[in-house]
Ligand binder design. Structure first.
Ligand code: ZN
Length: 242
């Protein structure tokens, strides 16, 4: 039976990526929703692992900013400092690989984008933006990251939007009548007040999505960030999950 492991917003957090992949079976297909770099201390190591392990990946806004400074004017000072650092260390092979990624990948029954369909780097944060996103695609299921918040949006045939946070993990059985936007949360920098990292499994045959929240050695990542002089706040926010 096919199972997908869907990871997003790894952000150079090698310790968390390794823990996530330890929870993934060798037979699982790994999908990556972008922002593999930015913020964290191990961008090259993370890109290398994703290149090897993921069957498909899309581009995130931090990946793009690391490549050509795109969108950096919208970044806050700390994100900017981290991107400048990342630009300085990202090796040529990894740059080339990131540069070749698509903004969206459509499978017969689902869509992969970093933030939202069509407007790839828009944030889906409320029912209005969710409605717009559903209007912009006919995919039954859209998998996203970008917000660093594990949650889902469900649209019923009459247009009603339902929403639920998956802050502590859990499962969702998809109803064939409804469409879904599934935010898998963040491997590298969760922001839903749970410092445990997040990713999701999707089992098409069982119509089942499971959000996994897991621990990783935050202090080791913070130590590395300190050593390479990434901003203190970016290290501190990992333990706060925000
Ligand atoms: Zn991100």
């Amino acid at each position: 039976m096919t199972r997908f492991a869907i990871l997003s917003d790894i952000h150079g957090n090698l310790e968390s990526l390794q823990r996530a992949l330890a929870l993934v079976d060798p037979d699982d297909s790994v999908l990556c929703l972008g922002d593999t770099v930015g913020y964290g201390p191990n961008p090259n190591e993370c890109v290398r692992i994703v290149r090897e392990r993921a069957t498909n990946a899309v581009l995130g806004n931090h990946d793009l900013a690391a490549l050509d400074n795109y969108g950096v004017e919208y970044f806050n000072d700390l994100a900017k400092a981290a991107i400048t650092w990342t630009q300085g260390v990202l090796d040529e092979e990894n740059r080339t690989w990131l540069n070749g990624l698509a903004y969206e990948l459509r499978f017969p029954e689902f869509l992969l984008v970093h933030g939202a369909p069509v407007n790839y780097f828009e944030y889906i944060l409320d029912k209005r933006s969710a409605t717009k996103a559903f209007d912009n695609t006919d995919a039954a299921i859209t998998f996203i990251g970008h917000t660093h918040i594990a949650e889902y949006w469900e649209r019923e045939p009459d247009g009603t939007i339902n929403h639920k946070h998956m802050q502590h993990g859990g499962e969702l059985i998809l109803s064939p009548a409804n469409r879904y936007i599934i935010d898998v949360g963040s491997v590298g920098q969760p922001r839903d007040l749970n410092p445990q990292a997040s990713f999701a499994f999707y089992e098409p045959e069982r119509k089942r999505v499971e959000w996994v929240r897991y621990d990783y050695p935050i202090d080791e990542v913070q130590h590395k960030m300190h050593e390479v002089h990434l901003p203190d706040y970016l290290a501190l926010r990992l333990e706060a999950g925000r």
